[in-house]
Design a protein around this ligand. Structure first.
Ligand SMILES: Nc1ncnc2c1ncn2[C@@H]1O[C@H](COP(=O)(O)OP(=O)(O)O)[C@@H](O)[C@H]1O
Ligand SMILES: [Mg+2]
Length: 364
């Protein structure tokens, strides 16, 4: 799948942008602040309905404008598709595919799949667990677009339960209602995370070995906050049961803390190399190699699952890597994949492609 053209209105620094990337490797070169990340962010948004910088929607609308529009011509499943998303400052988002308005914006997901690699990802292992939870959830949406609804529902239920706990009222009947709603969506989120881990585990060691040139057994780790530590494979209903029990057991504690202290939002995903937790035992080099390997493994797993190679976005990643790791990454990039790479310094990118000059509000 690929982006044939991109058209932006009032998106970040672009009042308007018309750009047609090439199907293969595209190098976007320009000084800091030129708008390189903004262009990739718009494409990322089409694939995940959120900013890969974890910015709220309002932040991507050009200052002083009322709404941003991302429009694109995409090729997916050998068909041309015209997609459009409008993000208003007030009110709900609107999405269209081939000029037909979608009832639910989330239905646009899956038209294009995107895997983004950002400089912050290099610290994936060192960062807080929220970052790694988000990684699993973002990949879940690329694998199975319906995961988006499950995640939105879970977040909504969590906000509602927390809002109730904030009031300080101790009312078991009301809390039970929030508990069962929360447990049900949490169970679905957990089932997805477990399947993401399964799908990626099958390729993670291979990809790690390609980059590190070192055969190690690389695995995911996942400590649950709600069900006896390590994650085991289970159905959404089984996860929901365990989480419902944990919610009930933590009631007194939750009343006191006035928030939900157990659930998928408190879990700790991680990685291990040859049985050692990477976060606590890995060298900086191993941690960075792992960060690269996870994204590439995600790309490979999604390509295998959907039968088409997702668009790959590499934002300013090469300049952060030492030359050996940069060249290992360049060699491991998937073939036949539309790849968009940004950098302020073209000499940092050890791979050739169509060169675009970014600056002054345009890409040429
Ligand atoms: N909502 C917005 N409205 C207008 N300009 C914005 C908005 N958000 C970011 N920018 C501008 O975008 C520029 C940064 O663009 P970015 O794509 O991050 O640059 P880089 O080429 O370094 O990746 C900054 O000048 C910033 O002020
Ligand atoms: Mg940037």
């Amino acid at each position: 799948m690929r982006v044939d053209w991109l058209s932006l209105l009032a998106f970040r620094s672009y009042r308007t942008l018309e750009w047609s990337p090439e199907p293969g490797v595209n190098l976007l070169i320009g000084p800091n602040g030129a708008g390189k990340t903004n262009a990739l962010e718009a494409i990322g948004y089409l694939g995940s309905l959120k900013s890969f910088r974890s910015s709220p929607d309002a932040a991507v609308i050009t200052d002083g404008e009322e709404s941003a529009v991302i429009r694109a011509g995409l090729t997916s499943e050998e068909r041309s598709r015209l997609v459009e998303i409008e993000l208003p400052r007030q009110g709900a988002r609107r999405a269209q595919v081939d000029k037909t308005r979608l009832k639910r914006t989330g239905d646009i997901l899956g038209v294009i799949r995107v895997v983004a690699f950002l400089p912050d990802d290099l610290d994936l292992i060192k960062r807080g667990p929220a970052y790694r939870r988000d990684l699993l959830d973002v990949i879940a949406v690329q694998l199975w677009p319906a995961a988006y609804l499950d995640q939105s529902e879970f977040e909504r239920s969590l906000r509602q339960r927390n809002a109730f706990l904030k009031t300080g009222r101790r009312d078991a009947a009301t809390l039970s209602i929030w508990d069962s709603k929360l447990a049900e969506s949490a169970g679905r989120v957990m089932a997805r995370r477990a399947r993401v881990i399964e799908a990626l585990s099958a390729v993670l060691s291979d990809v790690y070995e390609e980059i590190a040139e070192d055969a190690s057994v690389v695995t995911f780790t996942y400590h649950t906050s709600w069900g006896g530590g390590e994650l085991r494979r289970a159905s959404a209903a089984e996860f929901a049961d365990s989480i419902a029990r944990a919610l009930e057991e933590s009631r007194r504690h939750d009343y006191e803390r006035r928030m939900t202290t157990v659930g998928p939002h408190r879990d700790e995903p991680g990685f291990s190399i040859d049985g050692h937790e990477t976060r606590t035992h890995g060298s900086q080099g191993e941690q960075r190699t792992m960060a690269l390997a996870v994204r590439l493994a995600a790309h490979r797993a999604i390509a295998e699952t959907v039968g088409e190679s997702p668009v790959l976005l590499l934002d300013d990643v090469f300049s952060e890597l030492d030359p050996d790791r940069a060249s290992a990454l360049a060699h491991s990039l998937p073939p036949d994949t539309q790849t968009l790479i940004t950098s302020a310094r073209p000499e940092d990118i050890p791979i050739s492609g169509s060169v675009w000059k970014v600056g002054g509000g345009t890409i040429e």
